[in-house]
Design a protein around this ligand. Structure first.
Ligand code: FAQ
Length: 311
């Protein structure tokens, strides 16, 4: 019978139909989705921290309102994605536990510090820019709840990207000090943003299977190239320089050639040794522990209401 169910599953994938929570699916399909969707959710939640650092110091009311809205969107994305993940048969508590014990990963990019206001511009422009490139193909991923979540998430990311680029544009045409600040942020965020899209296809252990299942619709290297091709003209337009001396338009391939990525740095950060890994994790664990009384109170209240109903 499993053979039959597997055939139905394979045919659905071949026809580009969605797999829904109650459909039969191979155990490995379920597990790899739990892995990717939960890591995506954790990234949204941890990703609020570097930007949260600047909410109280945004340079104007307008900037503060936009940043607040962006960070709030990220909380929403995280919660959606946790819900999508729960449809695969794992509880929210287990997911949080995996993050807090370091068992589950979150994106490497959020382990870098936000030192100046220009970093908020660079995050919106580059990090959300890379996130969109990664997530637009995920709108047609094979697992229904993940695909549907991505549609709304991408719309919001597009606002995030533009608010970031507009901050960079404003700084780049400001005083020499402001332009320098924007360039410095670009220098620090460029390479980590390229790493964010994952190891090279040759090193990526999951790509082949995930492409077969149509979980991933594009490989890490394809996404990285697309991100570079899209971003270089945006830097040119505002007079900033991408910190890569090897970056060059290749008329033959119609893509930019680019320099060597420091993959040692990437793996160091992934393994927990980046500049802010410790700080990020302790912020999350602390928030969880300090929130215990709120969860307890909510549970006690729900129980009291339930008991009253039963009487
Ligand atoms: N960081 O075989 P692959 C956002 C791990 S966007 C840490 O290539 P896969 C929005 C990978 O997990 C950011 N670890 O893996 C926002 C695996 O280890 P594992 C989040 C990484 O899954 C913007 C190992 O390396 N977006 O939050 C990273 O096929 C601004 C081998 O790698 C998503 O999660 C990394 N960068 O491809 C919020 C998108 N890359 O699990 C706030 C959905 C790889 O076996 C502010 N995810 N690893 O222990 C994906 O598209 C994929 O999971 C990839 C990785 C492309 C990230």
């Amino acid at each position: 019978e499993v053979k039959n169910l597997e055939e139905i599953f394979e045919q659905k994938i071949a026809r580009d139909e969605k797999i829904e929570p109650k459909d039969w699916m191979p155990e490995k399909y379920r597990q790899t989705h739990i892995r990717q969707i939960s890591q995506h959710a954790h990234s949204e939640i941890v990703g609020m921290l570097p930007e949260g650092n600047w909410i109280t110091r945004a340079p104007s009311l307008r900037r503060k309102v936009a940043l607040l809205a962006k960070v709030q969107d990220e909380a929403g994305h995280g919660l959606y994605l946790y819900s999508a993940c729960e449809t695969l048969g794992i509880s929210r508590d287990e997911l949080y536990d995996q993050l807090h014990t370091g068992k589950a990963k979150y994106s490497s990019i959020f382990n870098y510090p936000t030192i100046t206001w220009a970093d908020i511009g660079a995050i919106g422009w580059l990090v959300d820019g890379a996130a969109i490139i990664n997530q637009v193909p995920l709108c047609s991923t094979s697992y229904g709840p993940y695909a549907r979540a991505m549609v709304r998430v991408c719309k919001e990311e597009s606002f995030h990207q533009r608010q970031g680029y507009e901050i960079m544009m404003t700084l780049a045409k400001g005083t020499p000090e402001q332009k320098e600040m924007a360039q410095d942020a670009l220098n620090r965020w460029w390479w980590p943003s390229l790493m964010m899209l994952g190891p090279t296809d040759a090193e990526s252990v999951h790509t082949e299977q995930s492409m077969k299942w149509k979980l991933k619709r594009k490989t890490n290297d394809e996404l990285r190239q697309q991100f570079i091709d899209q971003t270089v003209p945006q830097a040119d337009l505002i007079g900033l320089t991408i910190p890569d001396p090897d970056l060059k338009w290749n008329a033959k391939t119609k893509h930019y050639d680019f320099g060597e990525i420091d993959w040692d740095e990437f793996w160091q950060v992934v393994k927990g040794h980046g500049p802010c890994n410790h700080e990020r994790m302790s912020a999350r664990v602390n928030a969880w522990e300090k929130g215990e009384w709120v969860r307890d109170a909510a549970m006690a209240y729900a129980k009291k209401k339930e008991d009253k109903k039963l009487k």
